[in-house]
Every structure is written in C-alpha cells, then in structure tokens.
Design a protein around this ligand. Sequence first.
Ligand code: HEC
Length: 154
Amino acid sequence: MLHCLTDSLVKHVLHACIRFGNMSARYIGFLCSFFLCVLSLAACSMKEEIKRIDEVKRERLLAEASRSENLTGEQIFIRSCNTCHPGGKKGPLAPRLDKLDDHFPSDLSLRTFLRSGKGIMPAQPQNVVSDKEMDSLINYLRGLNADLKAAAAR
Ligand code: HEC
C-alpha cells in the first residue's frame, strides 16, 4: 500500500518534470518576469506605505510638540525667541538680554511683559506658553542674563 503510494507519487513527479521540461524557455521566461513584476510592484507599494506612515508619525510628533505643556525654558527660547535674540545677544531688531534683571526686577513684571509683548516682539499668551513653561522660561532668562553679564565682565 505504502509502496504503491510512493510509486504513484514518484510517477506524478516524474510526469510533472517531463511536462516542465517540455515547456518552451520563452514561457518560463515570461513566467519569471511576470513574478518579478508582481514582486517589485508589491515592494514599491510597500515602500510608499512605509513613507506614508512615517509622514503621519512625523506630523503627529510635531503636533504633540506644538501642543506640549512640558517644554523647558531653553526649548521655548529656541522655538520662539532665538530668531530675534540669538543666544540672548543683540539681533538686527532686538536688544541684548543682559539688562532684563534691571528692567524687570520681579518675575511678575517680566511675566507681564512676555505675556503682552511690545512693538514687534510678539505676545506669548497662555495657549502658546503654559504657566509652567513660563516659569521655566523666566528661570532660563535669569540664567541667560547672568551668563551674558559674566561674559561681558570677562
Ligand atoms: C520678532 C522679534 C522678537 C521676538 C520673536 C522676541 N523678541 Fe524680545 N524683543 C524684541 C524687541 C524689538 C524688543 C525691544 C522692545 C522694546 O523695548 O520696544 C524686545 C525686548 C525683549 C526683552 C526686554 C529686554 C530689556 O532688557 O528691556 C526681553 C526680556 C525679551 N525681549 C525677551 C524675549 C523672549 C523671552 C522672547 C521669546 C518668548 C522674545 N523676546 C521674542 C524682539 C523680539
């Protein structure tokens, strides 16, 4: 019984081999290129899909960062202040930030100034800079003021 089964199996395989051998080379070539085509198409669309997913991920991260309530003072400074006050130094339109301690001795006065802005300097309302972030920004500005003063004294 088992012998018979393997026998017929071998016969089948042999038969298939013979049939395959009879196929014209052209036909085999066509089949191969067809499968290659399908494969590369699949790879292509997969690549597109990965690109699309990456874009969505990047957009979500950006949106999260802009909504974040947890940026440090330095991060906010780089995001919103550095273009005009590069590194706290004098910009083409904006003053050096080494006298803010004299001009705004209390944190409250500095906070009020930053919240409302002045002239071309944009206001920083609560929906852009949270209270917690404002505390951190003020802390950073005080440190920056001290650093700039120390650098000038050297
Ligand atoms: C579009 C440019 C611009 C941006 C952005 C900007 N500033 Fe200013 N900033 C100015 C200008 C101009 C002044 C001078 C305003 C005046 O007195 O008329 C100024 C003044 C200041 C002062 C007062 C300095 C002093 O000693 O009197 C501080 C402090 C300050 N900016 C901090 C910041 C911080 C912090 C940010 C980011 C949240 C920021 N600025 C973003 C242009 C800018």
